[in-house]
Design a protein around this ligand. Structure first.
Ligand code: NAD
Length: 257
């Protein structure tokens, strides 16, 4: 059994996911990455990658079983996988709704619940044990045509508080990050759809950048580093049940200004 700390990261192959993998590896952790798509060849791979659909509880259970064959504890879990369906409420189908909630909230609940014994084991041994959910600014302020996604992220923030309370006695801290606009495939795909679709994506990105106090959108590593801080007891041992806005000040400014 290795003495290195181990983290399981979902959505590892995505824009922010790849940066989270890189950050934990830079900090010397053993990284297990999960995604429903293969890990891109052009990026440094996590130590171990499994192709898993986190919305499928049976697939999650089977993949965790394989994890348990290699490690007897987890020091951190990052629930980062998500999908976005950008549609007006009146065009959102029940299937759209369920698909979004299944990936963005239900999977975070189920994987955390099933991984609990591995995290509790680390805590019992006096080692790091933390969960970080990747929520969104849409948990606290939103816009038109993204209701299913916004509701899923609001639920994830509520789940963060509930988990923090129930699992504190086991020594597991649970927090969320709420990123604003980050330059990833999800952001670009979102801009290419919905009510803003008429404009060119780069022009929209520039427009979006102007709306933050800092004056630009984030790069994925700027989110990954905050996730790392919330996952590592060294930096955040007294932080649990919290949501950390990482939005360049976007939600600090009144939209009526
Ligand atoms: P992304 O689309 O680049 O990455 C998401 C990853 O999740 C993808 O690799 C995708 O394959 C994976 N995924 C989706 N459904 C899955 C499933 N069922 N099982 C396993 N993997 C699955 O998006 P991103 O921007 O890197 O987003 C990462 C996280 O950050 C998400 O939780 C997202 O909601 C959040 N976020 C992003 C932004 C932004 O502006 N990009 C802003 C706020 C929050």
């Amino acid at each position: 059994m290795t003495h290195r700390r181990t983290v399981l990261i979902t959505g590892a192959a995505g824009g922010i996911g790849r940066a989270i993998v890189a950050e934990f590896q830079r900090q010397g952790w053993q990284v297990i990455g999960w995604d429903r798509v293969p890990y891109p060849e052009s990026y440094p791979k996590p130590g171990w990658f499994q192709q898993v659909d986190v919305a499928d509880p049976a697939a999650v259970d089977a993949a965790l079983q394989r994890v348990r064959a290699h490690v007897d504890r987890l020091h951190a879990l990052v629930n980062n996988a998500a999908i976005q369906i950008a549609k007006p409420l009146l065009e959102t189908t029940l299937q759209d709704w369920d698909t979004v909630q299944a990936v963005n909230v239900r999977a975070a609940f189920w994987l955390s619940r099933q991984a609990y014994p591995l995290l509790a084991r680390a805590a019992q041994e006096g080692e790091n044990a933390a969960i970080v959910h990747v929520a969104s600014v849409h948990a606290v302020a939103t816009s038109a045509n993204i209701a299913a996604y916004a509701a899923s992220k609001g639920a994830l923030l509520a789940l963060t508080r509930a988990m923090a309370i129930e699992w504190a006695p086991a020594g597991i801290r649970v927090n969320a990050v709420l990123p604003g606009a980050v330059d990833t495939p999800m952001l670009r795909a979102g801009l290419a759809r919905g009510h803003l679709a008429a404009h060119d994506v780069d022009a929209q990105l520039a427009e979006l950048a102007q709306r933050t106090v800092i004056g630009r959108v984030a790069q994925p590593h700027e989110i990954a580093r905050i996730i790392y801080v919330l996952a590592d007891d060294h930096w955040s041992s007294f932080v649990t049940g919290a949501g950390w806005l990482v939005d360049g000040g976007a939600t600090a400014r009144l939209s009526t200004e």
